[in-house]
Write a protein that binds this ligand. Sequence first.
Ligand code: NAI
Ligand code: UGA
Length: 482
Amino acid sequence: MVVKNICCLGAGYVGGPTCSVIALKCPEIKVTVVDKSKERIAQWNSDKLPIYEPGLDEVVKACRGKNLFFSDDCNAAILEADLIFISVNTPTKTFGNGKGRAPDLKFVEGAARMIADIAQSNKIVVEKSTVPVNAAESIMKILKANQRPGVSYQILSNPEFLAEGTAINDLLNADRVLIGGEESPAGEAAIEELCQIYEHWIPRKKILTTNTWSSELSKLAANAMLAQRISSINSLSAVCEATGADITEVARAVGLDSRIGPKFLQADLFQLTGFGGSCFQKDILNLVYICECLNLPQQAAYWQSVIDMNEHQKHRFTAKVIESLFNTVSGKKIGILGFAFKKNTGDTRESAAIYVAKTLLDEGATISIYDPKVEDAQIYEDLKYVGVSSERIASHVSLFRDAYTATKECHAIVICTEWDEFITLDYEQIYDQMMKPAHIFDGRKILDHNNLLRIGFHVETIGSRLAQPFKNRRYSTNVQTL
Ligand SMILES: NC(=O)C1=CN([C@@H]2O[C@H](COP(=O)(O)OP(=O)(O)OC[C@H]3O[C@@H](n4cnc5c(N)ncnc54)[C@H](O)[C@@H]3O)[C@@H](O)[C@H]2O)C=CC1
Ligand SMILES: O=C(O)[C@H]1O[C@H](OP(=O)(O)OP(=O)(O)OC[C@H]2O[C@@H](n3ccc(=O)[nH]c3=O)[C@H](O)[C@@H]2O)[C@H](O)[C@@H](O)[C@@H]1O
């Protein structure tokens, strides 16, 4: 079989960009991305795509209507597809057995049942969603139990490694593409079909083929090890504060060892507010749950500690904000710059900013929020989801369209996302319109602290001790010495 038609179930952060790039690089293949959400599909077909991702608009515009289609007609797309990506969400379970740890596989199961109900010809089904080890086997059981005569299936695992904010570049220049499949002639043939699609732009030596379970576990392992690096550096940040070492210098020194490397230790990427995003936490919890189910308690505890350190870091950061504001934020106005979990995305899933905002609101603060890409409705929804009442939101939360108005008359600013535009703001102007003493908490270590101190700000960060405002600045008479 030569793949001519691809269908992708799930038009989210993975399905949309991945299939757009496949359509761009494989003009002879028809790619149809479907979603059960009509609203999401309408957005994919509009000028304003449902997700913000640098470079995505250009790719979609180049292919949409030619060999790339977004549709809510799942049946038609499944019927004509030779190869189907399952790219649906796999959130952590919020109920029942495994609550708070196991992934909720209802969407994956739903996708498999949909394929089984509709398919009338042979299909290669590709697990793109991040799933527990052995999920492919469960998908196969569902497909086989509902198989029409003459229809056969092959299941492949092809986890996605893109990061939000750099998705298009990650897809075009992937470090590796991982494909796991059944160790049989039919399995190998299916692997080869998928290899040929990626070979349109990825060199063969970067396409790694394994058995299905290795592929499934490698995805969880990669995310767990990336998150572990962040928790490690964050744990050392506390040691720095207690000793006078500086985490930026420590990270640089450690990262220069080629065996360790600088990535995910880089000073300008620190999320001192703790890591966020839809996947790290859920995938590590998934790994913890797998270890527990396999009766491997020490291994479960080891990976759980990565999450625990992240929770501790979030708490440490907000505690520092409150402590520095003379142990009370009640009645104070605090500007939060950045609400997305990282720059270059409008995604707020598990964003540390949500935790910061909720804690400050619980402590009685009024907050002003500005993020260049997050929609207002999303911010309200996130705050409600963590238990902030509508009345509290109405009376204590304001959203703004720029950083200058958001920080006006604030007692403090908290940088939660490392958006480039925050680096080049006119902090003199911002300082002038803030309450004094004016505090700034740089949760991303992106700002020029010496410049801020010169202006008169009290600057707080994590992982190093900072001297407070220079005495010879022009506002020195207004600045209280703490
Ligand atoms: N967001 C990311 O950067 C990455 C995510 N992943 C994994 O990829 C998977 C998808 O993640 P996202 O794209 O972020 O999720 P998402 O929530 O943005 O998108 C999933 C979409 O699937 C749709 N859906 C659910 N069941 C469906 C069905 N039966 N038929 C058609 N559509 C259906 C939902 O309506 C939703 O629009 C998850 O397993 C995630 O862990 C992997 C790598 C990166
Ligand atoms: O499975 C997934 O969903 C994806 O999860 C992460 O991608 P993503 O969550 O989009 O973004 P990252 O760049 O990894 O950032 C995650 C969090 O860690 C934080 N981070 C990242 C890097 C760093 O050095 N320090 C740091 O605190 C970020 O600010 C963010 O809050 C992985 O990087 C991807 O390879 C993977 O495919």
